[in-house]
Design a protein around this ligand. Sequence first.
Ligand code: NAI
Length: 292
Amino acid sequence: MTIEKIRIIGAGAMGRGIAQVAATAGVEVEITDVSSEAVSAALEFVTTMLRRSAEKGQRTEADAEAAVARLHAGSEPTAPAGDIDLVIEAVVEQLDVKRSIFTELETVAPGAILASNTSSLSITAIGAVLRDPTRLLGLHFFNPVPLMKLVEVIPGLRTDPALVDVGREFVARLGHTAVLARDTPGFLVNHLGRGLPTEALAVLSEQTASAADIDRVARETLGLKMGPFELMDLTGLDVSHPVMETVSAGFYGDPRLRPSPIAAGRVAAGLLGRKTGEGFYPYLEGRQEVPA
Ligand code: NAI
């Protein structure tokens, strides 16, 4: 299935970013929101970003204008959508709101794949209220979408497995990279990436160091582009804090941040990494033998 036209529901930070990369990739984009001002602001924002990228020489003026011409203001989020191939929902992170949107979409967009950009809600739980939960998939973009090239493709327990490939192909067409993640709390990225922000907040609350110094250390010692606080600021604590709560609650308070017995065992065995020729990967003279 080729995705030619999408509808985005929610014209906030994420909806705008997804609109920009999709229009750039040749996809017709309809932007909708409960607020018509939000739609106008999003169109203006994305248009400015595209034109600015042409001024910077990142694309030709003609390409930027062609992308701008693919952006359309939709009427209502749940208006009839017979010509829409994919709907991407990026509204507030509330289960009941997302459920009610998809319940309506199921009827008004009979031929569309339904996707949620949720950070932390279960795709299975969102889809549980649908007559046909096989149509719902998670497509989790990161902020800012044009720069963050990773997208999690998340099938819920009842998602049609064929949608995974459609999702992957769509992500690749946007010039992004798809990773498949199971529908577990935090999926892959917010589960894996939970350790650093959680610990950084603990360090801050113990008054060991300032947020700026913790960020500096994270950048300079961990090689991250951004420290945890800079990242939380970028994401918005209203988004990242509930994600942390959801992931923790979803694993029933499992103290996953404890040191790992696996690591202790590998230290005892001398499997230290490059220096001993074997860590989690095998090495030949300090070079990884098998590419990751
Ligand atoms: P935002 O607050 O910037 O935008 C949300 C938009 O949804 C607003 O324009 C609002 O008017 C609209 N909206 C609210 N209820 C609506 C409804 N019932 N129907 C139509 N539109 C409605 O939020 P943001 O940051 O763009 O997040 C959106 C979704 O993306 C959330 O599920 C969030 O968890 C997820 N997400 C956010 C990331 C971030 O870094 N901000 C990263 C990845 C996912």
